[in-house]
Design a binder for this molecule. Structure first.
Ligand SMILES: [Fe+2]
Ligand SMILES: [Fe+2]
Length: 239
């Protein structure tokens, strides 16, 4: 029996997809935890965090349905229909939570605030299950279907197809463990051209808090040094 054998994980450049999954999982878990004991004064912070999550989840799923899954299918791979259906169901759950947040903002009563917890919890549970299924059923095929160069090419096609999103890189960086962040940045350094790499690092530098940038500097000092004026800018911000 091989049923319990762990699914193959991508080892080529598209392994960056696990970074997105970890960031999405981290953020939806944090939202569910926040919503479980949310005070009225924290609603604005919760709404803003949800808004970023909403945007990145939607983009992530659209790229899967629009680029990655068709590429896998074109190479003879198989995409389980429930993965696509789950993307659409997640959007309905996100919509329900977004609506409930607006209602809570407008009414500011305890009942509308406490309505956020079950919606956030349901979104967390369904998304975590989805990410697991997707890694087992879809991402596990990637290394067999695409060479390292083809994965890098697909990654570039994804990045060049998306509108500019200066918030994305800092959002992912802040959500990852320092170990995973280091692996992500090393992966990027191996996959991106110099200009794109400096662009990503500069976005992270400009968008994260002092602690996250300190982790970058300590884990990948050679990459942190690529950011022009790093020491000066960070010194001013920290001081
Ligand atoms: Fe997905
Ligand atoms: Fe995904």
């Amino acid at each position: 029996m091989t049923a319990s054998r762990p699914a193959h994980r991508i080892t080529g450049p598209l392994r960056t997809w696990y970074d997105m999954h970890e960031a999405l999982s981290h953020e939806v878990t944090a939202l569910a935890e926040m919503s479980a004991h949310l005070a009225a004064g924290e609603l604005g912070e919760f709404a803003q965090r949800f808004s970023y999550f909403d945007q990145e989840l939607r983009t992530h799923s659209e790229v899967e349905d629009g680029i990655i899954f068709p590429a896998i299918a074109q190479r003879g791979g198989a995409i389980a229909p429930e993965l696509v259906a789950e993307h659409q169901e997640e959007q309905l759950r996100v919509y329900a939570l977004g609506t409930a947040i607006l209602h809570a903002k407008a009414t500011r009563d305890g009942r509308s605030l406490s309505a956020l917890a079950p919606l956030s919890g349901a979104l967390r549970d369904s998304l975590r299950n989805h990410l697991q299924l997707e890694e087992a059923e879809a991402l596990s095929q990637v290394d067999d279907l695409f060479t390292t160069d083809e994965q890098a090419e697909l990654l570039r096609a994804i990045m060049s197809s998306l509108p500019a999103d200066p918030h994305l890189q800092p959002w992912v960086a802040a959500a990852l463990t320092p170990e995973h962040l280091e692996a992500r940045l090393r992966n990027m350094a191996a996959s991106l051209n110099h200009t794109a790499l400096v662009g990503v690092l500069t976005q992270i530098h400009d968008g994260v808090d002092v602690a996250t940038w300190a982790a970058v500097r300590s884990r990948v000092p050679d990459l942190a040094a690529l950011v022009a004026g790093d020491m000066t800018n960070r010194g001013n911000r920290a001081g």
